[in-house]
Design a protein around this ligand. Structure first.
Ligand code: NAP
Length: 355
């Protein structure tokens, strides 16, 4: 049976891993809404098995329900992977769910939530007590709508932990200042490879048993890594000391100010509030939930420390090159050649992490 699967945020962290593993499935047509079609075309058109017929890129705004609903009906979409972010996450997700209901074509929704207990009364009560971060709290409402909304389609909720790739945001600060520029606290944080989330989505799309319907599945490491442990892992991978940004008031204010400068103050405050919740209670996967993801993935989740070692080789090149250059200039000086040393540190932009 041929399938029509719509993927939101195909350009994003999960989408860029998901599209390439779905492209080879010749009975699956992908529909990718985006605000920038040429960027997405460039990203995927060189991938094996890409064709315009099997991978339809449509330019528009997922925040426009009329346009989004039109896509669902035009392409007879049967499965939606809904991964949304930003200040309008609640509006856009609720409108999208309404579009799925009205389309009459959608049979299954895979909703990307986050790694927290958004459904038991105790879990929800704890969230209300400990968190005021809107981009986290919207997921309580959305999960409840999915669970209790008597939707005319089945659903699976994915609850990922902290993405490995978040570390890339602080790459420049690590390389130039030896600083991991996010205030990760001395509390355990489970980590997850977006590639594993993509694999989970693929396996749900291909499942014919129906066993994942009505399920929520956490995805991430059993081990929780504290901020100081993460700094140590990066120190060992880069061969230089990496300090973690203070997870107290000064680090939190630094992040809020930085994100307010490059984005909007409400987003800066919201991300700060998320870090405050991490400092209060960490971000761990419940032990009892771990085996379910192993069954869904068909393997253990990727190992965070291995990823850091592998990725740091790529980052290491950036780190080594300026130093090789300094060495080269020193040799020239010693040889009596007058050269103006490049102010290499100015080539890097310290604490450049974006959300
Ligand atoms: N980062 C983490 O550690 C983590 C952990 C747990 C859960 N999560 C959740 O994962 C989800 C994805 O977050 P992410 O930061 O990784 O984003 P992302 O998947 O990289 O998505 C960014 C892209 O998605 C599209 N998009 C998403 N929401 C949109 C909206 N409301 N309006 C218009 N376009 C939208 C845009 O694509 P185009 O530009 O192509 O239109 C945007 O460039 C969020 O719900 C987040 O809360 C993240």
């Amino acid at each position: 049976m041929s399938r029509n699967v719509l993927i939101t945020a195909a350009s994003g962290h999960i989408g860029e891993e998901l599209v390439p593993i779905l492209l080879p499935l010749n009975h699956v047509r992908l529909i990718l809404p985006t605000s920038n079609a040429s960027r997405l075309q460039t990203k995927f058109s060189s991938k094996p098995h890409f064709s315009d017929e099997e991978c339809v890129i449509e330019e528009g705004s997922v925040a426009n329900p009329g346009w989004f609903q039109g896509l669902l009906t035009k392409y007879h979409v049967d499965t939606v992977f809904c991964c949304l972010t930003g200040e309008d996450e609640l509006f856009t997700t609720m409108n999208s769910i309404d579009c799925m209901i009205k389309s009459g074509t959608v049979k299954h929704l895979i909703y990307l939530s986050a790694g927290a207990d958004f459904h038991t009364p105790e879990g929800v009560a704890q969230l209300y007590r400990d968190s005021t971060s809107a981009h986290v709290m919207v997921k309580v409402v959305i999960e409840q709508k999915i669970r209790f909304g008597h939707l005319p389609f089945s659903w699976t909720i994915l609850r990922p932990m902290l993405f490995f790739v978040n570390d890339i945001r602080t790459k420049q600060a690590m390389l130039t200042d030896g600083l991991y520029a996010e205030p990760l606290p001395d509390k355990p944080l489970s980590r997850v490879a977006p590639g594993d989330i993509a694999l989970a989505v693929k396996n749900i799309v291909l499942d014919t048993t129906g066993k994942w319907k009505g399920q929520h599945i956490y995805i991430g490491s059993a081990k929780g890594y504290t901020g100081p442990e993460i700094a140590k892992i990066w120190s060992s991978a880069l061969g230089k000391e990496i300090r973690m940004l203070d997870s107290g008031e000064s680090g939190l204010q630094h992040v809020e100010d930085h994100l307010s400068r490059i984005g909007r103050p409400n987003w800066g405050r919201d991300i700060r509030l998320m870090y405050e919740t991490f400092a209060l209670r960490g971000f761990e996967m419940p032990e009892s939930e771990y085996p379910k993801q192993v069954e869904l993935l068909g393997k253990e989740p990727d190992d965070y420390e291995n990823w850091v070692k592998r990725d740091s080789r790529r980052l290491g090149i950036v780190y080594v090159l300026p130093r090789l250059s300094l060495l080269w200039h020193a040799c020239l000086r010693m040889a009596g050649v007058r050269v103006k040393l490049l102010e290499l540190s100015k080539l890097e932009n310290p604490s450049s992490y974006r959300n």
